[in-house]
Design a protein around this ligand. Sequence first.
Ligand code: TPP
Ligand code: MG
Length: 456
Amino acid sequence: MATWFLRSSNNHGVIRKLLMAFSGKSTTTVVRRCFGSMEAGQKLDPYSCDDDYRENIDHRNQNLDFPGGKIPLTSQLKFISEASDKRLPCYRVLHDDGSLISNTIHDQLGEEVAVNMYSAMVTLKTMDTFLYEAQRQGRISFYMTTFGEEAINIASAAALSPHDFVLPQYREAGVLLWRGFTVQECTNQCFGNKDDKGKGRQMPVHYGSNKHNVITISSPLATQISQAAGVAYSLKMDKRGACAVAYTGEGATSEGDFHAGLNFAAVMEAPVIFICRNNGWAISTPVHEQFRSDGIVAKGLGYGIRSIRVDGNDVIAVYNAVRAARNMAISEERPILVEAMTYRVGHHSTSDDSTKYRPTNEIEYWKTARSPIAIFRKYIQRNGWWSDDQESELYRDVKKQVLEAIKTAEGMEKPALTELFSDVYEQMPPNLHEQERSIRDAINKYPKDYPTDFHV
Ligand SMILES: Cc1ncc(C[n+]2csc(CCOP(=O)(O)OP(=O)(O)O)c2C)c(N)n1
Ligand SMILES: [Mg+2]
């Protein structure tokens, strides 16, 4: 596969290229050895180095045995460059017109899976469209769309096994849909009705499903990253033959949990895939105000984690990269970092107006020319797997499904008030009893301010 893996195997050529990319030159004082604790790292030859670098090493005492391994010495006072002239490349398979890039070797998806992936992307987009509108109409309190990131959602989910544990950030509803969590279940959660598995206690879009091995989303950013390292370690200890997958936005990588999680996973050799959706924005913060590295992929080397950058709007590229990442994570017991380059086409959430901080023509470009759904439609149509009639039928069916789900979810009663206080303590502590009493008093005093289907 024509991928750019930052190998910690014995492929010195790739490592050399990477180090050159970091330093900007071939002469470097970079210590090229991986952590001694990594099995793959131990295969590296600590003595090998670039020829021009060799000229500067101290021949009387070539290597010093520091804790962690032998390190070549140099008489050159030289710092590793903070940036390179060239950015790390991005793996892709499809041109934006849906044709295959000629020299790419990739696994054939097959008609059935390709059509299923396309249908799932359209379902996700349609669900987002109507639930977003439902929030605008005051029928639900909050919503977040995945517009522009449908390929990362669906293609990564399709590349995983249902036994892998998913720890999402919040813009990954498509992963749940792919696993069989229905539009109705998503809608019940957003309306917080009595069929919502979270019993109406979470904000909308904070999905989770025990049945589908998806850990419930938590609002504080990046908590899922270090948790995923722990989940993966436990899967490895139990020899489950599965991996953990943490999704994160590029903004969340500025949290300490990202760094702790990656380091922990590398050292513990935990089978976890960190999928970073680099969509350019963390609410109104653009990437150049978020970090000074070459995106997120460059950070993998710092932790001894094999990494790849992929075009997140190319379904096949995401699918191939995550599939390969999964194989390596499980068979070699190691974490893998995937940076999927994309763009957040929608507003951050219903609490945001992104036209206040970014040009509308930029949004329009990504919404149309680089739409992952449009690109993939062209691909399946080129293969003779999709027609205009099938397209109209799909949109008609999915719209009906979503509108019916909204009607059902809205008509359903809310969970009983007691559920607000259950499931945390085996025996409810006095302060929660007090809170329950006070909310009952408030509802009895101001009944008009509370929904009539709310069971006191
Ligand atoms: C610890 C923490 N800090 C700040 C926030 C507020 N917040 C919510 S989403 C968000 C932006 C995250 O951006 P990114 O990780 O790039 O994800 P994206 O929304 O682009 O998918 C911020 C700052 C939070 N929820 N948690
Ligand atoms: Mg972002």
